[in-house]
Design a protein. Structure first.
Length: 407
């Protein structure tokens, strides 16, 4: 069985995901995908006709993000028409899943050169809110699924974790992101995005709020009380009632707000995978290899708790323990996800999200997993360490995970 090597990885800056405010919001999402695919080729000089597949993650596959954005972005980037493409959806976990599928096909010896990645433009107009089951009454009776923000508040309530603890984590992630940006820790992977006329659209992270304090966060109102009581039709249950259908005695305490939840942003990222034979034959330099991958499902009603069992599963597959991992990247969809992950696995917090996370930098849903793998690899190289574990919660109560090792 071949090794699956990471040759390179790159990403766009994350732009504020609001029309009229974000520096990327006026662009077509295929243009963002094109930016990182083009950068990968220019940085590594491979023949795009050799690309067996482009495996792309995009969660909201509607309107401009529909129509197999992986294939279309490759064509937009000038890739040879022989380079096929596919687009997948595991909600927030799409970017890790795209990497796992790409790596698996290379490791199995079925393909030699594959690009994985993802794109999400959260600035695109949205149409209303449906429960995760999309209004399927039968599924709702079996597995009621609420809004993720309401789920985050429900988990914090069940765990007895208060707002002050979550706010402290949010302040820490802002401080870490600020230090990472000032020290240029993202520079190796960050590629600028240009407008079609050649002018610069964005070359820096746009979302972080340096100088965030406990006092400034204390002024923010909880984000999800009104969401919890929203119903998408007259005969539908509210998001709160969907939680209480399974946890009838739970009085949800609303502790998440804009400052301790992931940022709404636009962004894209890509990873180049190659087999041993292709790497040697074309004079490429491998930066890392895949050690193990895993997928895990958990309670879809609470929805956000799968990263811990996913991490345990991928560690078992790799024959490792948490002590073998030098860098952890856990997506900060909400502060409770990262806090519970670190508590349940009893982690050294100095190894987790060392350059900040989505509360500071934003969460472009389908792209985030690829960004986290990218960030983990860069940090392993910066610290001259070896092994990274990356995971994240996903809609429907799921989590993909991957362990990479520098070579």
């Amino acid at each position: 069985m071949s090794e699956a090597y990471i040759i390179d990885a790159c990403r766009t800056p994350r732009g504020i995901g609001k029309q009229g405010k974000g520096s990327l919001a006026h662009l077509h999402p295929q243009h963002l995908g094109s930016a990182v695919l083009k950068a990968l080729q220019e940085r590594n000089g491979f023949d795009t006709a050799d690309v067996d597949d482009v495996v792309w993650g995009t969660s909201s596959q509607v309107m401009e993000q529909s129509g197999d954005i992986g294939r279309m972005s490759a064509l937009d980037a000038g890739y040879d028409m022989k380079a096929s493409g596919v687009t997948l959806d595991r909600f927030c976990g799409s970017g890790i899943t795209s990497a796992n599928i790409a790596a698996a096909s290379v490791k199995a010896g079925l393909e030699d050169l594959v690009v994985s990645g993802g794109t999400e433009m959260m600035s695109l107009p949205k149409k209303g809110m449906l429960p995760m089951g999309a209004g399927n009454a039968h599924l709702e009776e079996i597995h009621p699924q609420s809004h993720q923000g309401v789920c985050a508040d429900a988990i914090a309530t069940l765990e007895g974790i208060d707002r002050e603890t979550l706010d402290a984590l949010a302040v820490e992630t802002q401080n870490r992101a600020e230090a990472a940006i000032k020290e240029g820790r993202f520079d190796k992977s960050l590629v600028p995005v240009f407008n079609l006329d050649g002018t610069l659209a964005l070359d820096r992270e746009e979302f972080p709020r340096p100088g965030t304090t406990m006092e400034s966060l204390a002024t923010l109102a909880p984000s999800f009380p009104m969401v919890a009581d929203y119903r998408h039709s007259d005969d539908a249950k509210t998001f709160r009632e969907l939680i209480n259908q399974k946890f009838p005695d739970l009085g949800i305490q609303h502790v998440h707000h804009a400052g301790n939840s992931s940022g709404v942003v636009d962004g894209s990222a890509a990873i180049l995978w190659a087999s041993e034979d292709y790497t040697k034959a074309h004079g490429l330099t491998a930066r890392a290899r895949i050690v193990a991958m895993a997928n895990m499902g958990d309670d879809p009603t609470l929805m956000l708790n799968a990263p811990v069992p996913a991490a345990r599963k991928v560690l078992e597959k790799a024959g490792m323990t948490v002590d073998d991992i030098d860098i952890f990247e856990i997506n900060e969809a909400f502060a409770i996800v990262s806090e519970k992950f670190q508590r349940d696995l009893d982690l050294d917090r100095g190894k987790v999200n060392v350059n900040g996370g989505a509360m500071a930098l934003g969460h472009p849903i389908g792209a985030t997993g690829a960004i986290l793998i990218n960030t983990a690899l860069d940090e392993l190289e910066r610290q001259d360490k070896q092994v990274g574990l990356i995971t994240m919660c996903a809609g429907g109560g799921m989590a993909p995970a991957i362990i990479i090792e520098r070579v």
